[in-house]
Design a protein around this ligand. Sequence first.
Ligand code: NAD
Length: 278
Amino acid sequence: MKKITDLQGSFELHNGVQMPYFGLGVYQSEDGREVINAVKAALNHGYRHIDTAAIYHNEEGVGTGIRESNVDRKDVFLTSKVWNNDQGYDATLKAFDASLDRLGTDYLDLYLVHWPKGEISKDTWKALERLYQEKRVRAIGVSNFLQHHLEDLLTSAEIVPMVNQMEFHPYLVQQDLIDFCNSKGIQYEAWSPLMQGNIFDLDIMKDLASKYNKTIAQIVLRWDLQKGVVTIPKSSKEKRIIANSDLFDFELSEEDVQLLDGLEKGKRFGPDPDNFAF
Ligand code: NAD
């Protein structure tokens, strides 16, 4: 198990960059006060990692939230993603500049290819490699890449992606994909770690929550970290933002980690990377 210490702890990417293993997701947090306040609350409470994307249409608010917080930009790990209709070499370079403008920053910590789009994603990746070589981004990676997408990308990539951000929760573990990523030095990262809210209905989660005297969110997010997976739960409510991160005072037993692993059903709450129409 990788070492888990506190809310500001990190996993090391294959290029040596430290990626805080716990962050705030802001998908569906509205631009303006909602996302500004969420980012501010998270950073002021001790979060050091924010995950946004061009398609979330809230990069301006994320940038404002960082500036309004008590935390310096250099101490925040900031991720954004290139959207599908901006894929391709030139379009990606332009999209990156546009994201930086909206965020009001001059670099990103992590830039991801949001979805695999076939051959064009290889050109997108070339653009990310250039941005990385120019030191405009500290790490580059992909999202929603299954093993065959990664294998295809690696036939032409000069730089192995540092991160793969995937839907991940007890109903969609995809241990083979995690193992493949680990074997390549690609850090696995969970999106929808709370099953977009559906995790709260699972009886087994209720049982574990009472066993450990923690909340369901804390249990499942702790499982992510103990599996070596970076996690970015979303909330725009300050109370939940704070509570979700209160998981550094307990440890799940190996048996309970395996219990959650065993819930795998291959069930998605989001789109299938092999079959989506956007
Ligand atoms: P999530 O699993 O984090 O669930 C969020 C939902 O859970 C929200 O409705 C929120 O109100 C609720 N919630 C949060 N804490 C709670 C608590 N303590 N009690 C009760 N309800 C609570 O879902 P998500 O937003 O889809 O995923 C997290 C982040 O992952 C996103 O915000 C985004 O940054 C990223 N993401 C990436 C992709 C991708 O394609 N790369 C896709 C989806 C999401």
